[in-house]
Write a protein that binds this ligand. Sequence first.
Ligand SMILES: Nc1ncnc2c1ncn2[C@@H]1O[C@H](COP(=O)(O)OP(=O)(O)O)[C@@H](O)[C@H]1O
Ligand SMILES: O=P(O)(O)O[C@H]1O[C@H](CO)[C@@H](O[C@H]2O[C@H](CO)[C@@H](O)[C@H](O)[C@H]2O)[C@H](O)[C@H]1O
Length: 469
Amino acid sequence: MTGDAVTGDAGLDEAVALLGPWLPQQHWFTGARTGQVGVRVVSASLLSDAEPRLWHLIVEATHDDGTGLVQVPLSVRPERADRLDHVHLGLTSDGHVYDALHDKDATTALLSYFDTGTQAPEGLTFHVEPGAKIPFGERSLVLPGEHQNTNLAYGDVARLKVFRMIEPGLNPDVELHEALTAAGCDLIAPLFGRIDGQWRDGSGTTHTASLAMLQEYLTTASDGWAVATASVRDLYAEGDLHANEVGGDFAGESYRLGMATARVHETLAEIKETSTLTPAEVAGLIGAMHERLDTAVGVVPELEPMAAQLRVHYDTLHDRQRAIPAQRIHGSYHLGQVLRTVHGWKLIDFEGQRELPLAQRGLPRSPMRDIAGMLRSFDYAAQHLLVTDHPPEDPAHDQIVYRAREWAQRNSDSFCAGYRAASQTDPDDEVELIRALEVDIAVVEAVFEARHRPSWLPIPLSALERFAG
Ligand SMILES: Nc1ncnc2c1ncn2[C@@H]1O[C@H](COP(=O)(O)OP(=O)(O)O)[C@@H](O)[C@H]1O
Ligand SMILES: O=P(O)(O)O[C@H]1O[C@H](CO)[C@@H](O[C@H]2O[C@H](CO)[C@@H](O)[C@H](O)[C@H]2O)[C@H](O)[C@H]1O
């Protein structure tokens, strides 16, 4: 079924009616959270008629801020299941409706379509990578944390990332995982398969979108942010010691992370298009940074007094004599996008900047942007205790400010040294470009923090004050 406001299935229509109030309560919903949400079904596929019945829906949600496409698998059960109370949407004449990704009986059925002998319903295509280990029959668990999508672990074998807010086109997370897997890159979790959706719009045009990707589950993974901030806590607990003197020193990890980053960049440059930014593209990059700052000043007034000095960093790029090489990069690189495993660092989440349309996220960019992103993240890791545990009124605040700079500098230097060791590019030769990109990223962070975590706003603001000199 595609393209109709009403699905033709009375029970399903009742389920669709439940989505309006439910969607704005979901943390991954990027639309307006207040006001009415109108829901129009774009495609509906019945994936299982057994109990629980499993529907796959793509809906267009219209809200006060615009419209967006949302992927919503629903399970329908004749009896209420207490263990699923937290994802209960309501009751229809067909039964109780649940968010199917939390319903282990339903997600097993979803996985079964990766079997090449099983015909998927119209509107969904399941692709399997050569040699992939699909854990058929394994039960799933939703990974904890308020992520942008819904992530399932099937046993300790596979992870299914189900994109929630979708867009026609190939998601760069799928695209780059597929390409890096084919290239034998061992710095990512290899892709096992992907799910695509197809639907026709009112004019008869067919659209395809990435819906989900299945990849190896990294059983020994620790989040990079967690590992780095444990090191920061260790340092701050030792009043008199320097970063290189405490047990939890992170500099070796930063060095290896720099090497891993360089190797992934190198592989991406081999397997994907590369270019050199034309003068017009450099001017476009500088113009876009100025525009982001213009917008940011409207959201974060504290930026106004330093804006002119920040712009100087952007404008140095006008005078640059050397070309800026561009290629596919990670695009939204920070410590939360890397996992430490017993086999070393692995890079995850190549979706890029979610606020940009897919087509723009696929454009070649300077790999220095990823370096700048990670340097910003070292600053965040070093400073976050200043907003959580040691605010300005704390007697230890000033000393921690000093030590935070020391930790961030030590790990930034180490990261760049690791990058240099594994790359043709020395970050020390790109100081001005990296600084301009750090300023740009910190400006975006200031807007993000003002909107989502106001108490963390001092982190990017203090960095910007420093950059403004
Ligand atoms: N291959 C993997 N194996 C184990 N855990 C993973 C894997 N990939 C991601 N994760 C976990 O899932 C979390 C969310 O992953 P991510 O791709 O960033 O999703 P989202 O875009 O929804 O935030 C990560 O922070 C990490 O803890
Ligand atoms: O998760 P996304 O890639 O969509 O990025 C957004 O959220 C990030 C926080 O989860 C935010 O990152 C900022 O905070 C991190 C610590 O929580 C820090 O490691 C990053 O360096 C810092 O940018 C990111 O800015 C935002 O776009």
